[in-house]
Design a protein around this ligand. Sequence first.
Ligand code: APR
Length: 259
Amino acid sequence: MAPISAADIPTLSLLYKLKKLNASRLAPVQGATPTHNDRIGLIRGDITSLQVGAIVNAANNSLLGGGGVDGAIHRAAGPSLLAECRTLNGCQTGSSKITSAYSLPCKKVIHTVGPIYDDIRPDNSERALKGCYTSSLNLAVKNGLKTIAFSGISTGIYGYPSLDAAMVACETVKNFLDRDKTIDKVVFVTFEEKDVRAYNQVLPRFFPPNTKTSTEQEKAAEEQKAEAEAKVGQLPDVPTTDPADADYAQKKQKHENNK
Ligand code: APR
């Protein structure tokens, strides 16, 4: 399968525009915002085909491969991935480690270890799953990566309910994007139908469509332009004499004294 570039992964803005994603009938969560709709992507398919900065693997504590997406990533990357993983000495649940991507089209693989869902103590599972997303995003920033694609961590063999996992993923990614400006795109990769349904239901509750009409957007752009022009007016005058000019230093001092 030909690699899919990060630019070709549809954003929420585009999906809303194409009516492939719809506003939620349920109330948006507290703090819901369309601000990040151009920085969040959603795609269903094989994560190993994505030509992004990093894909996030749902690994296990040994980091020595397994089934599910872990197996798919190792198969696509080739044996060198396992050889590098062997040097990492495993990974704790809720944490992540990064490796090269070898034969994969992405630049790096971030291996995160999700929780085995514990329905007796779901809070512990939620905390660990949040840790997977946060530690993966932090690793992407630390390694200068601009796009990161998450598989549905723990929603397969580890049994995390898809809807609950999508809520944790969206909340954690929103909190991250609220403060980070270095990542260009965070992609949610769905595979099974249950996860497609979960993200179609949950994403609009955290990242609703932008309901500002175009005139409002134009007005906002005009206001920003006016603000920018006002700022330009406050800049110091462009020097009119050559700094090498004898009395430039005197004029500069006088300007400083008048500040
Ligand atoms: N591309 C994208 N997503 C995939 C792919 C793929 N090629 N294959 C599976 N998935 C999805 C599954 O549908 C699920 O939503 O990845 C998600 C994670 O499922 P698992 O791979 O079963 O991972 P997880 O539930 O976290 O369990 C981890 O499974 O594979 C072993 O070694 C792994 O022991 C670890 C455990």
